[in-house]
Design a protein around this ligand. Structure first.
Ligand code: HPA
Length: 274
């Protein structure tokens, strides 16, 4: 990863009219609803942005959207990149670095996950409070980019406490149940076995998914405050495990997406001037 490549992508996006965004969003599998209600100014396909790779996941749109919402300038990633697509950690996290250098002050992230915690139900929302990285590596290995952050970034509070507090208060006001939990990142694309679900539960994870942790690590590296809300799309009960289809995941993501959009919408509305 070269800092110059980030600057090149940033200057391309500025030239395309993406100017000083306040908040960045990453919309995960089946969680595109918010993009539909935003006032769009510019939408650019990932394939047109220097050093961005292609989305290979069908449920992901694969574009960067810039616009205004409640008077705030928002830049949204409609779909993200995953390790299981064959991309490197550098490629997966490149967009987050670009958004930070473009000027975002906060990053809001969503994803679809499987529930390990037996008190969660389908399409529940879970605010991440911590994570366990089971991916084969870390996006910060290799030469450190000092322009972005330190060699050994602290991860004692990887999910921003101020953003999380605000999201919890808003969820209460909106009467949306919002759990808090630990996310385990698993490589995929095959789903976990019963024994692996048992292992993940014992490890202390509440939800499991195939994304997010690389983005959260690079955000912390750059001291970019980040909050993540996960939508439960399936129940990972090792003693009664049902086969899972992508259709089911999308169905429950879509149900959860309505609550998620209301929550993120309110968050953007009430965010102080950044
Ligand atoms: N594992 C299990 N269930 C899931 C996942 C996962 O990675 N993502 C969404 N539902």
């Amino acid at each position: 990863m070269k800092y110059e490549h980030i600057l090149e992508a940033v200057s391309f996006l500025k030239g395309s009219g993406i100017d000083q965004p306040d908040i960045g969003l990453i919309l995960g599998t089946g969680l595109d609803k918010l993009a539909e209600i935003m006032h769009k100014e510019v939408e650019i396909s990932y394939t047109d942005i220097p050093y961005f790779v292609e989305t290979t996941v069908e449920a992901h749109k694969g574009s960067l959207l810039f616009g205004t919402h409640h008077g705030k300038k928002i830049v949204m990633m409609r779909g993200r990149f995953h390790l299981y697509e064959g991309y490197s950690f550098d490629q997966i996290t490149f967009p987050v670095r670009v958004l930070k250098v473009l000027g975002i002050k906060q990053l809001l992230v969503s994803n679809a996950s499987g529930a390990l915690n037996p008190s969660y139900s389908l399409s529940d929302l879970v605010l991440l409070d911590d994570h366990i990285n089971f991916l084969p590596g870390n996006p910060l290995t290799g030469r450190n980019i000092h322009e972005l952050g330190p060699r050994f970034p602290d991860l004692s509070q990887p999910y921003d406490p101020v953003m999380n507090k605000q999201l919890k208060q808003l969820a209460e006001t909106l009467d949306i149940a919002l759990f808090e939990g630990v996310y385990a990142a698993w490589t995929g694309p095959s789903l976990e076995t019963r024994a692996e679900y048992r292992f993940l539960r014992n490890a202390g994870a509440d939800v499991v998914g195939m994304s997010t942790v690389p983005e959260v690590i690079v955000a912390n590296h750059m001291k970019l405050p980040v909050a993540v809300v996960s939508v439960v799309t399936d129940l990972c009960d090792p003693d009664n495990l049902q086969p899972l289809t992508i259709e089911q995941v999308l169905h429950h993501a879509n149900k959860g997406s309505r609550k998620l959009s209301r929550l993120f919408d309110k968050y953007i509305q009430t965010a102080p001037e950044l």
